[in-house]
Design a protein around this ligand. Structure first.
Ligand SMILES: [Zn+2]
Length: 288
């Protein structure tokens, strides 16, 4: 799969009416979502807005991937689509302007009703048998939904395979520096997509060396421990002990979830201290 003129040749294309201006800079982040529904065509038409014959004037995306692996492109990748809402990733605010949004058809969390059924965000009720017939599910808690465990429908392999193909083509075509979930960038704390059933590591794994395209990173946690090795069992390096939010780091290498970094000194010069931090708490410092 490749990208030509900001489109994927061979993919169904219909342009959403809910798009912003042509981008001035190429996209640097890919945001992954679920649609909160089972019907791919209905979601595609909704995200196309009036162009899809619906009344939606507020949201869109670039691509919708159905459960059987069918994909529909509804915006050129050089256009801003409206999928991220109020959002932040590292130093980037308002991710719509900086990202490509991919929607995977999936109902998302389903709450148990105590009678053996699970109820989705729209009130649709399914029992375990029906959920298994629809591709299976996993039970997992999620603080943003409530207490207890919820059923999360699985993503069929055909759908994931198509998503991986698309993301790989995007990484080859644009200076993508990060693949993120909608949940992790949502500043209101509402979003749960694409959720615990989504194989996020398989998508992040596509980044490979592209993950380090932006070698300057920043600390996104309030306080982040700098350690002597890649694990919480390693001692903290003192000084500096903790790195504060916004500290700039040079990313030297990665090992699993950990990153070996050299924090910059207060004067912006490269320091001589190096150590390990958990990579979930740093983000690329995008050249603005
Ligand atoms: Zn979303």
């Amino acid at each position: 799969m490749r990208i030509e003129n900001h489109k994927i040749p061979g993919l169904w294309y219909g342009q959403s009416s809910n798009l912003g201006a042509r981008r001035e800079k190429p996209p640097v982040v890919i945001v992954l979502h679920y649609t909160t529904g089972w019907n791919g065509k209905a979601s595609r038409d909704w995200l196309m807005g009036t162009a899809g014959g619906t009344i939606n004037t507020r949201s869109s995306a670039h691509v919708v991937v159905d459960r059987d692996g069918t994909a529909w492109q509804i915006a050129g990748f050089d256009r801003t689509a409206w999928h991220a809402g109020p959002s932040r990733y590292g130093e980037l605010q308002g991710l719509n302007s900086h990202s490509i949004g991919i929607e995977f058809v999936n109902a998302g969390w389903m709450k148990p009703n105590g009678l053996g059924d699970y109820i989705d965000a729209y009130g649709k009720r399914m029992n375990a048998r029906a959920l298994n017939k629809a591709g299976g599910y996993t039970l997992a808690p999620h603080g943003r939904v409530g207490s207890g465990a919820f059923a999360w429908p699985l993503y069929p392999e055909a759908q994931i395979a198509m998503g991986l193909d698309i993301v790989q083509a995007l990484i080859a075509a644009y200076p993508i520096a990060a693949i993120v979930s909608h949940e992790e960038i949502d500043t209101r704390g509402w979003k749960t997509d694409p959720g615990p059933a989504f194989p996020m590591e398989r998508f992040r794994g596509l980044m490979g060396e592209a993950a380090d395209r932006e070698e300057v990173h920043v600390v996104t946690a309030g306080r982040l421990n700098l350690r002597g090795g890649p694990g919480t069992g390693y001692e903290k390096i003192v000084p500096p002990g903790v790195l504060l939010r916004g500290t700039r780091l040079k990313l030297l290498k990665r090992e699993g979830d950990w990153a070996f970094v050299a924090p910059e000194r207060g004067d912006g010069e490269e320091g001589s201290i190096t150590g390990w931090v958990h990579a979930a708490y740093i983000a690329p410092k995008f050249t603005a």
